[in-house]
Ligand binder design. Sequence first.
Ligand code: AVJ
Length: 321
Amino acid sequence: MNVLSRKISFHDFEPELESFREAVLKGLSRRQKQIPPKFFYDEIGSQLFEAILEQPEYYIPNVERDLLTAYANEISRLIEPGSVLIEPGSGSCEKVQLLLESLLPSAYVPMDISREFLKQSACGLSQKYPWLAIYPACLDFTQQMLLPHGIPHGRRVVFIPGSSLGNFDPPEVQHFLSGIHRLTGNGGGLLVGVDRKKDHSVLNAAYNDTAGISAEFNLNLLTRINSELEGNFDLDRFEHRAYYNDQRGRIEMHLVSSQVQQVRVSGQHFQFTKGEYIHTENSYKYSPDEFITLANASGFRLIKMWSDDLHLFSVYFLEAV
Ligand code: AVJ
């Protein structure tokens, strides 16, 4: 444990550094090349993601912010003051701030794979909320969901805003939620924001912003490979593509090779035909029925759901039973 300030106890669970190389080499060796989206989030990637959140086409943060603001008191009553609030993939710790003052948790446990970003976010949060006990945990929440030692005993409530669950396939969501159920124990809570199925043009625009930030975010993965894994991707020869796959109910993000080419990563060579692509992300969209069914299958029962008038996005509070 590493005390960053009086109210911050930083826990480093040391997510494996080697896994990026392994995942990329393995992913590029597959017939359908793919790299898991968690690797978007190096320092620059995390900053680019913050910039995506500011794009007018990317409606998720605004709609979710309005919901959390409008219903903060009701949500806080359901969660109960004194709870331990745990946030996997906490990023900038922006959204939790909409709840902190009404919720008054006994502790906040932000979890993120991006170590420096996590530390900075926790320090910033601590300055704004000096009364708050913060236990940042550096880990890869797709691999491990460990709680730091020394957290208080209150009701454990997991907070997953921003539709982060959208990156998992439905069976993985169920598995992940079962893990959360084990973490919170019976009586624990889950506050989760989930993006909904909707008009395809709205979805497609959200992942193809006119400022090109989504494209930069996607392509930054190649920059990261180049700098960390001795890669030689030419970024002018790959294009960002994102579209809604209606049959699968998800946005797919690809990096498309615009010509025949060979790329080297960590001394290994990979061929690309023209139009061949690396599949870099899925972002699943759920109707309330679909999501509640998944949550039920993981041992959660719905307490309350909140949605905007346009049915763009939903926030659910569920209890582990
Ligand atoms: C962080 C997974 C919720 O899928 O909307 C945004 C990531 N990718 N734009 C999403 C993302 C491209 C985002 N999630």
